[in-house]
Design a protein around this ligand. Sequence first.
Ligand code: CA
Ligand code: CA
Length: 292
Amino acid sequence: MIIDNQILYAMGDNRETAIRVPQNQAVTFHTRDCFNGQITSEDYVMDGLDWNHINPATGPVYVEGARAGDVLKVEILEIELEEEGTMCCLPDNGVLGRDIRESSVKKIPVKNGYCLFHDKKLPLKPMIGVIGVAPEGEPVPCGTPGNHGGNMDNTRIAPGSTLYLPVFQDGAYFACGDVHACMGDGEIMVSGVEIGAKVTVKFEVVKGVTIDSPRLEDGEYIYTIASDKDLEKAVYQATKAMCEVLEKHLGYSLNEAGMLMSACGTLQFCQVVDPERTVSMAVPKTVCDKIL
Ligand code: CA
Ligand code: CA
């Protein structure tokens, strides 16, 4: 099943035109780059960028069987990339924004398993920047992360990983976009190697468990993810969510769960450049392999 031309700019929009998709079947989303293809060359003048049409996500889809209060399990099966990515930087944007004098654009060829940055060969690490469901209330712009997912820019949301999202609306109304061919943790200049892609996922609805914010697992780690305008609050929320996972599954007290995280957990900056920052807490599966 292929979801192609249907896009949205805010999670929760276009619910009336959502395509119904079954559980346990591969669904492929053709995603556009975060600039919606507006940046066609390195000569592009960033002043002309139409900011109302950036961060398109492909969807939404109505996942059959998903009811408010359930958990939507999203297995990332495959990401097929286009052949060229785009990066840019802009004054006053990103960690070094105050030092940037003028904007610039860089086109990054994607070839033979690498992103080519001048003579540097960066191994491809395809990941999904924007991925989520309709939020509880009003639609939320795709550029904003939150408990519904959205622009989390977590490098671990990649083939082989499984994302768990709270379902706020019957059908979930899932959408995704903003794929990166590779990106460093933190996304410090506000772009990874932005690229169009074909993202293949599989949905499953988990009943009888409720989560407040996104969680993730891959072969090695379980993760809790949190976003907030205040980076310290995001750090607290991700850590607190993981603490609750460890208390529940290991039967530990808060002190013990906290010390365990302090001994072997990894606090990761997903992105620190959007108005809402995103962080995650990772714990090795050798310590706890249950995330729900
Ligand atoms: Ca992003
Ligand atoms: Ca991006």
